[in-house]
Design a protein around this ligand. Structure first.
Ligand code: PNW
Length: 470
């Protein structure tokens, strides 16, 4: 029957990878140490008004200085794998040139520390911290950035390839392109639809060139992937098609089918003529992958397009406003039934099952991995008579149980789902929301940097130990 997405007692395969994930800028801090150069997120977070409460990643979780303790934390949870990202500006402070040995050393210690503890390292090369020097030359709107990324990928691959079995080129290029250059809510904070579409293409190109560079230096057994936040859009069919085009297929089309969708090019022709796509580009982008990473949080509900009468576009002669989904301002986003997380994202585990099955149907034979799923909630901290702290996050436990149930159902339905990474290992710098939103299964006290396992971490530890949903 239909799962109620609350099941317990479900058994996962022994080979299933239970992991957790973080990203460099969200946890590391130490932004001026060991030769690290500035990234676009340093610039952006220090721009007044860009991030809630003026928060920055200058210190964040101070992970850079607490590596050994955090490795023990990871091992203590029994994680099979740990997904983290490498800060490009630690490896190449200006985005080009030779390796900064002191910066690489941190990731060598991280990788070696994981392996010593029996935890598989899963590396993401780009989780949004572009070296500022490259931004000064146009960033992702400059085609050269894609080639610079490939050089960076080759350097890191050559250094860590003998120890890291799974490699991801980009995390959520949709966010980089469209939150970074469309809505402007992420670094570099631009609001220009044409720039956003240009950036999307250059991110695609960076992925393809990066995969080729990695194949040159990695052992044949290495697994190569990319991670997308694939949007689950429900409602009016034509609105769904249009938003999926600029939200998902703009990336999966060239990367996995070897072509940009014709409807996307048609839908966006008032914004760009796509002249930035040079002959041969889609062949460079279309590289065989071993696994596809999927980040899933919520769903979106849309109504029929409003026929040009949308208020955002109705002012005489006004250009369509810059947007996270360029060219879709005439599509109304509808309210959805709750419940919601602290991000105001709806909790809808059926969306994960739908997404996994649809992705399997569209790309048969491609192994899938949930590289992020999790939720921000306000946690309840208690301290007992003897001073021991506990963090009660029943909502997060319930969220995770429901989404693991959906994942289990996907496997039963024949989806080749290899693993699942909870976002996030610990509370961290939640981008435009700063430290106001807590996604961790481990609580971080930002005064003392003390880490406390939340109830969800204890729950997850039990799941990993038994492979059975508690
Ligand atoms: C992802 N959206 O970000 C990122 O990969 C993480 O670094 C982040 O902390 C996590 O999800 C929680 O936000 C997203 O607007 C940010 O659709 C925004 C969106 C999706 C993902």
């Amino acid at each position: 029957g239909t799962p109620d997405f609350r099941d317990s007692g479900l058994q996962f395969p022994d080979s299933f990878v239970f992991g957790s994930a973080t990203a460099a800028y969200q946890i590391e801090g130490a932004v001026n140490e060991d030769g690290r150069g500035p990234s676009i997120w340093d610039t952006f977070s220090h721009t007044p008004g860009a991030v809630q409460d003026g928060d920055t990643g200058d210190v964040a979780d101070d992970h850079y200085h607490r590596l050994e303790a955090d490795l023990d934390l990871i091992a203590g949870l029994g994680l099979d794998a740990y997904r983290f990202s490498i800060a490009w500006p630690r490896i190449q402070p200006t985005g080009r040139g030779p390796v900064n040995a002191a910066g690489l050393d941190f990731y060598e210690r991280l990788v070696d520390g994981l392996i010593e503890r029996g935890v598989t390292p899963v590396v993401t090369l780009y989780h949004w911290d572009l070296p500022q020097a490259l931004e000064d030359e146009g960033g992702w709107t400059n085609r050269d950035t894609a080639y610079a990324f490939a050089d960076y990928a080759r350097l890191v691959g050559a250094a860590l390839g003998n120890r890291v079995p799974v490699w991801t080129t980009l995390n959520e290029p949709w966010c980089s392109a469209f939150l970074g250059h469309g809505s402007g809510e992420h670094a570099p904070g631009r609001q220009d639809n044409a720039a956003a579409l240009t950036a999307a293409h250059h991110l695609n190109l960076a992925h393809g060139l990066g995969v080729s560079a990695l194949r040159e230096v990695l052992p044949e057994t290495a697994q190569l992937s990319v991670t997308h936040n694939l949007h689950v859009i429900r409602g009016d069919a034509d609105s769904v098609r249009r938003i999926e085009a600029v939200g998902n297929r703009i990336f999966t089309g060239p990367m996995l089918h070897g072509a940009y969708p014709a409807d996307l090019i048609e839908d966006t022709k008032a914004i760009t003529d796509w002249a930035f796509v040079l002959p041969g580009d889609v062949e460079l982008i279309h590289q065989p992958l071993d696994v596809l990473g999927i980040n899933y949080y919520n769903t979106t509900l849309v109504g029929p397009a409003m026929g040009g009468a949308h208020p955002a576009e109705s002012a005489a002669g006004a250009a369509p406003r810059a947007s996270a989904f360029p060219g879709t301002d005439d599509i109304p986003r509808l309210d959805q039934p709750g419940p919601f997380t602290e991000m105001d994202w709806n909790i809808e585990p059926s969306g994960l099952l739908q997404l996994l099955e649809a992705t399997r149907d569209e790309f048969p034979g491609l192994a899938l991995m949930v590289t992020e799923n999790g939720a921000a909630f306000e946690d309840v901290v208690t301290v007992d008579d003897r001073g021991a702290a506990a963090v009660h996050d029943a909502s997060r436990v319930d969220y995770l149980r429901r989404h693991f149930t959906a994942a289990h159902r996907a496997i039963q339905n024949g989806v080749d789902l290899r693993g699942y990474f909870v976002w996030s290992l610990m509370d961290n710098f939640e981008w435009a929301y700063g430290f106001s939103k807590r996604f961790g299964i481990v609580r971080v006290d930002y005064e003392t940097q003390e880490r406390t396992l939340k109830d969800s971490a204890l729950w997850y530890r039990k799941l990993i130990e038994t492979r059975r949903l508690p």
